[in-house]
Write a protein that binds this ligand. Structure first.
Ligand code: ZN
Length: 342
């Protein structure tokens, strides 16, 4: 959404035919050396050397703390994460990126917009909003094991207006967006691709546009990721979040109303980080909205000034857990194949 290490052991689980979470031994477990380190949430953030902080820094490479493990000096497998807005990487794929980074994958994030609409204080000045959002995204990436982020195309090509309309991802010609994703995949050559599911996790039109663009891109000639997964929410967790909202914020309506979630049986893959590491997800959320990830329920109503889907998803994770991401496989959309062949 745009509006707004302890034990490094990582468990990758699956759903068996009865819908029960089980250890998935079929997952290609990599032999790797995990650098023992503990991420201290209270360690002050230091911008990458040479960065003009907090100027726009479209690309950055983290230091040794999040460096992927190398096997026999080889280049680590890459995970490409594609989202519409800064902060989607927290809500949709944070447990996965933390876990996969610990496994030795190099995680790269590409965002379609600068999340300009998420900063009302900079309304009318999208470039300034984008700069501020970029700084938040950089700090979030550091927490979530993401080694590098960039825009899907150039900065400002698409923007988050907060209310739809011209120059948004949802307003773009689908084949143009799919071609941009295709180019990105060909440059990164990822082993695994992560994005949101067909309802865009939350029903946001920009998220849905990104999902459709990934499906279109996968149908076109070029690099083939071995796996492509779309993050999703469970209906029972959204129902529980609304119930929690009625308790903790009884006089306010929470959420846009378009977040529905899915029945449990649509989940095909779980990626789980350690519960201890899930604290990094809360900290990343705080980078965007101070307190949203960590405030106790008793203070949410007083300290927050927005009660949208971001808060609903915070409550959904409180009602379930913060260390599990759920995914459905993404299949190529062959209807766009012809349009993308160049
Ligand atoms: Zn978003």
């Amino acid at each position: 959404m745009a509006k707004r290490c302890g034990d490094p052991t990582v468990r990758v689980a699956a759903i068996d035919e009865r819908g029960v979470e089980v250890e998935d031994d079929s997952v290609d477990r990599r032999e790797h050396v995990i650098e023992e380190h503990r991420h201290s949430l209270d360690r002050p953030f230091t911008p990458p050397r040479g960065a003009l902080w907090p100027d726009v820094r479209r690309r950055f490479t983290l230091g040794a703390m999040n460096a992927p493990s190398l096997r026999n000096g080889s280049v680590p497998d890459r995970v490409l994460v594609i989202h519409a807005h800064p902060d989607d990487e927290v809500f949709a794929t944070a447990a996965a990126t933390i876990a996969l980074a610990e496994q030795g994958y190099q995680i790269l994030l590409r965002v379609g917009t600068g999340g300009e609409g998420g900063l009302p204080a900079h309304a009318g000045d999208p470039a300034r909003a984008r700069n501020a959002r970029a700084a938040q995204l950089t700090r979030s990436c550091r927490l979530l094991g993401i080694a590098d982020w960039d825009y899907l195309a150039e900065a400002g090509r698409w923007i988050d207006t907060g209310c739809g309309g011209a120059q948004t991802l949802a307003d773009e010609e689908p084949r143009v967006l799919a071609a941009a994703v295709r180019d990105c995949i060909d440059r990164v050559e990822p082993t695994v691709l992560l994005t949101v599911d067909h309802v865009g996790l939350t029903g946001h039109p920009d998220h849905i546009a990104i999902h459709n663009a990934v499906r279109g891109a996968l149908a076109a000639p070029g690099w083939r990721p071995r796996e492509a997964w779309g993050a999703l929410l469970l209906r029972r967790h959204i129902v529980a979040a609304h119930a929690l909202a009625r308790d903790v914020i009884p006089h306010r309506s929470v959420g846009s109303g378009r977040v529905r979630g899915h029945p449990d049986d649509v989940v095909e893959r779980l990626i789980t980080c350690s519960p201890e590491d899930a604290g990094r997800r809360r900290a990343a959320l705080d980078e965007y909205t101070p307190g949203l990830g960590t405030l106790p329920h008793t203070e949410l109503a007083q300290r927050l000034d927005r009660f949208g889907d971001s808060l609903l998803l915070r409550l959904a994770m409180d009602a379930s857990d913060w260390h599990t991401d759920r995914f459905a496989r993404i299949h190529a959309d062959n209807r766009t194949r012809t349009a993308l062949i160049r």
